[in-house]
Design a protein around this ligand. Structure first.
Ligand code: ATP
Length: 361
């Protein structure tokens, strides 16, 4: 039987650390991947000196994993994170709520109290409409009577405040817990609400992870059937951190039908597979364009590519969403198109329905 992530973590969890405590009691083990009979992971240490002190721990972990049936090769890499940027790297006075900062040690994924399921929305390529799909899906689920949260974790380009029409700074009466915003029946939180508009975040990996951890754990999400997480495009720190810090139910991948977008989508799927996060299915955005004047239907980015890719990968194809000027205008005005009654709202209604029937939302 192939060895599992859980078996490995259990096998090494009680190894004592030189600084006290055990390996299982920290979140030093990162990016654990089981690839057939090969096990790979990273042990993150504070600096080179801690790394040297941790060498016996690494050796003991390697020996224990090598003894597990089904393991032929163990690759352990010890890394020290780049020093985080000091908070002044963010211009303006964003962190009065102290969002950002080094992540707190956390042993494995931590559930968010009251949140039944967590769905990450990802894409390989930027600009394919991931944020648009997330906001419209959130609205469609809320219209279907679900209790929905939307976390904008697109730390480099948070667009949910604009798309959902929320602004202002979230309150934090006790300086610890953060009150989310509410729009169109959806509970919304975005790193963008902590920053001035147009302000780019220049935090590095560890700060990003700290910010994400806070947005997951310090926001008063309340009781939710589903929390949708709008990820940054690509396969970086935020995705990795999310799948390690939160029990993600699954990921939905958004792509346009273009080959180049599909190629990147494949990379995103591969990353979620490596992180052992189930891919719930693929969505094709900007699928068809119907000219509002003459009704002519055109396929600007090709058509059907995502459905055939899903079939080839043995993944569900969750639906095709049309390219429409109305969608962009609605997104820009903070009133997602799924609030209306047209073809777009119907397509999102079907997508929402599918997730509800599948027990995901
Ligand atoms: N189906 C659609 N029809 C028309 N415009 C769309 C559609 N989907 C997205 N857009 C527009 O395309 C632009 C990019 O969309 P969006 O910001 O949702 O993409 P993204 O993948 O989240 O991008 P990023 O890489 O910045 O995170 C936006 O202006 C949006 O309004």
């Amino acid at each position: 039987m192939p060895v599992t992530r859980e078996t490995i973590l259990t096998a090494i969890s009680d190894i004592a650390l030189p600084q006290g405590g055990t390996l299982g009691g920290t979140d030093l083990v990162r990016a654990l991947v089981v690839d057939g009979d090969t096990v790979r992971f990273v042990i993150e240490v504070e600096n080179a000196a801690t790394g040297r002190a941790m060498q016996p721990v690494e050796a003991e972990a390697r020996a224990r994993i090598e003894r597990l049936p089904g393991v032929a090769k163990v690759q352990i890499v010890m890394t020290a994170p780049a020093r985080p940027e000091p908070p002044k790297a963010v211009s303006g006075a964003a962190p009065s709520l102290k969002v950002g900062g080094h992540p707190k040690p956390q042993a494995g994924p931590q559930a968010i109290p009251g949140v039944r399921s967590i769905v990450a929305i990802g894409s390989g390529k930027g600009g394919v409409g991931k944020s648009t799909v997330t906001s419209n899906l959130a609205v469609a689920l809320a219209r279907a009577g679900r209790r929905v949260g939307l976390l904008d974790a697109d730390i480099y380009g948070p667009s949910q405040p604009r798309m959902m029409g929320v602004s202002g700074r979230p309150a934090s009466p006790d300086g610890q817990r953060i009150e989310p915003m509410h729009a169109h029946g959806v509970t919304v939180m975005s790193i963008g609400l902590m920053l001035k508009e147009g302000e780019a975040l220049v935090w590095r990996g560890p700060m990003l992870m700290g910010a994400l951890q806070q947005l997951l754990q310090q926001v008063n999400w309340g009781e939710l059937d589903v929390l949708l997480i709008d990820l940054p495009p690509g396969t970086g720190d935020v995705q990795l951190s999310l799948c390690q810090k939160a029990p993600v139910t699954g990921a939905i991948i958004v792509s346009t039908p273009q080959d180049v977008a599909l190629l990147d989508a494949r990379r995103a799927i591969d990353m979620f597979n490596k992180l052992k996060t189930p891919v719930l299915g693929l969505v094709e955005n900007m699928s068809t364009y119907v000219c509002p004047n003459c009704g002519h239907e055109a396929h600007l980015f090709g058509h059907g590519g995502v459905a055939s890719e899903a079939e080839a990968l043995g993944l569900p194809f969750l639906g095709a969403l049309p390219l429409q000027l109305e969608v962009r205008l609605a997104g820009d005005s903070g009133q997602p198109a799924a609030l209306g009654d047209g073809a777009v709202a119907e397509a999102y209604g079907q997508l929402a329905d599918r997730l509800i029937r599948g027990g995901i939302a």
